[in-house]
Design a protein around this ligand. Structure first.
Ligand code: CA
Length: 368
């Protein structure tokens, strides 16, 4: 079946912590690209822009779509590497790149680094790329579970990027498309802050691609906005019929609805008492669950900045409601006053937020 891009929506946001946005993207159907740059003194911005400009200039001719996409990635790598060699301030600059192209009924993907491509079909999200990161290699070796990798403090260390080397190994793949498929490209500022379940739920509930892109960026910022966030979304179809702007991206299952008409109603008091019991049980269960689902930062007995699971209180009798989950390598005495205020306030955080904060601290990325 011949499919084409019917609509697309993009959004790129600096987030709440980084001073600048080093992500770049291109949305020029049938080609879409996300690049996440790295390197000091705005070099990351230069690297990601160079990558995107290579695609904007057009794919190298010849070969099938996936070969042309991969060739463009190699070309971008050479351009960034050459510029890094020319300018000492830009040495070591690099960028990820995830580039896709719709051709007929197929999606070609070429990719280096930890930006991702996903396909969203019938309410379920499938990842089309594998991260080139240290933690992903540990997952491949069976030394970490995917769940552990998703929140690992070192999860953003990448093992492959455009720029640092003259040659780069490009991963490529081809996927069959179906009418209605939504494709998402994103930088790790999205996937590092919210999990795939949340991404799928936002895509399911959004009324349009534009609304979905706004909601995804907002969710990443609400979770801490630790990094630049870029999302590129597009939907494919067989053309002709334009999509109604109000159609949800996926139908939500509808709970069986209306109350039976007539009939005897249970006593009002009985209902209130039942509701009170249900609420009490929910509150207790919620409180217990909540104490396992939250994290905070503090120092351990040796004065090292530590991520704790639980809430920062003891029960009567001294039983703590928390346990050490990750010890950073950073002693609290090395922190500036500003860092102390952010890090040691015992604020309750999500697992991703707390571990991301510890990772930023270890990489020296926290504002001093
Ligand atoms: Ca990033």
């Amino acid at each position: 079946m011949s499919l084409k891009v019917l609509e697309h929506a993009e959004r790129s946001d600096t987030g709440l912590v980084r001073p600048a946005n080093e992500d770049s993207f291109l949305a020029r159907p049938p080609v879409f690209v996300v690049a996440d740059g790295m390197g000091g003194a705005s070099a990351g911005e230069v690297a990601s822009r160079l990558a995107v400009e290579t695609f904007a200039a057009g794919l190298p001719p010849g070969g099938d779509p996936v070969e042309r996409l991969s060739a463009a990635v190699s070309k971008a790598n050479a351009a960034i590497n050459a510029q890094a060699g020319d300018d000492p301030a830009r040495q070591g600059m690099g960028t990820t790149v995830t580039a896709v192209m719709v051709d007929g009924g197929q999606l070609s993907v070429a990719h280096v680094g930890d930006s991702r491509a996903y396909s969203f079909r019938a309410g379920s999200l499938e990842r089309l790329t594998r991260d080139h990161t240290l933690v992903d290699e540990l997952v491949q070796q069976g030394r970490l579970t995917p769940e552990e990798a998703a929140v690992h403090p070192q999860r953003s260390i990448i093992t492959r990027a455009l720029g640092p080397e003259r040659e780069v190994e490009v991963d490529s793949s081809v996927h069959a498309l179906e009418a209605g498929d939504v494709i998402l490209l994103c930088s790790d500022g999205l996937t590092g802050m919210i999990d795939e379940e949340r991404i799928a739920s936002i895509l399911s509930q959004s009324r349009s691609l534009a609304a979905a892109s706004r909601a995804l960026v907002k969710a990443a910022n609400d979770a801490g906005g630790r990094d630049n966030i870029t999302v590129v979304l597009f939907r494919v179809g067989s053309g002709g019929a334009p999509l109604a702007a109000t159609r949800p991206l996926a139908r939500r299952s509808r709970a069986g609805g209306a109350a039976a008409p007539g009939g005897r109603r249970p006593g009002r008091r009985g209902l209130i008492a039942l509701a009170a019991v249900i609420v009490a049980v929910l509150v207790l269960a919620g409180a217990w669950r909540a104490s396992r689902g939250v994290f905070f930062l503090g120092t351990d007995s040796a004065g090292v900045v530590t991520v704790y699971q639980g809430v920062p209180y003891d029960l009567i009798g001294g039983l703590p409601l928390y346990s050490a989950w990750y010890r950073s390598g950073v002693p609290a005495e090395s922190l500036t006053a500003a860092q102390r205020r952010v890090l040691l306030d015992h604020r309750l955080r999500s697992k991703q937020d707390a571990s991301g904060l510890a990772a930023s601290l270890e990489r020296g990325e926290l504002q001093r």
